[in-house]
Design a protein around this ligand. Structure first.
Ligand code: HEC
Length: 141
């Protein structure tokens, strides 16, 4: 008989202990979850300046060269060849409006050769176009 009561008592104590110890247990791993979620900085941010520089590298440098000298890989096959965009003479011979026009509408639109392709998608991205013009203005260095 006495063993039964001791058994019950032990069961009660263990029961209470397991409850209280659970209350004081450290937070569950889920509580730390938000800290490991991707931060906004980890997402591609881009912005018009970055996008313009990328467009030049991906779509213009193949003919105009990474520095704008007209020595891109495809330039050898072109006739006429793209001019050296880094000279003061060339830079002062063109206006920003002219640059916007030839970039968006291509060589034909300004009476030049069709080998200078149009980039009509930039018409819908005026900020990127502005930065691309600035990028070209920044080529002489
Ligand atoms: C397939 C080769 C090719 C690609 C790609 C190309 N261009 Fe051209 N580009 C030319 C050629 C060739 C000319 C010269 C056309 C002429 O003189 O009749 C030219 C002319 C120009 C001119 C005007 C030069 C002047 O004196 O009037 C600018 C500015 C220019 N390109 C910018 C760009 C930009 C910015 C890009 C990318 C969005 C680009 N080009 C992509 C071949 C290319």
């Amino acid at each position: 008989m006495r063993a039964k009561w001791i058994g019950l008592l032990i069961g009660l104590i263990v029961g209470i202990w397991s409850c209280t110890s659970k209350d004081t247990a450290p937070p569950e791993p889920e509580a730390a979850e938000p800290a490991s979620a991707p931060t906004p900085a980890a997402q591609p941010t881009g912005g018009p300046v970055t996008e313009a520089a990328e467009i030049y590298k991906l779509r213009c440098a193949v003919c105009h060269g990474t520095t704008g000298k007209g020595d891109g890989e495809a330039a050898a096959a072109l006739d006429p060849k793209p001019k050296d965009l880094t000279t003061d003479e060339w830079q002062s011979s063109v206006t920003d409006d002219y640059l916007r026009k030839i970039i968006v509408r291509g060589g034909v639109a300004v009476g030049k050769f069709p080998t200078m392709p149009a980039a009509p998608d930039l018409d819908a991205k005026p900020d990127v176009l502005t930065e691309l013009v600035k990028y070209i203005r920044g080529l002489p260095k």
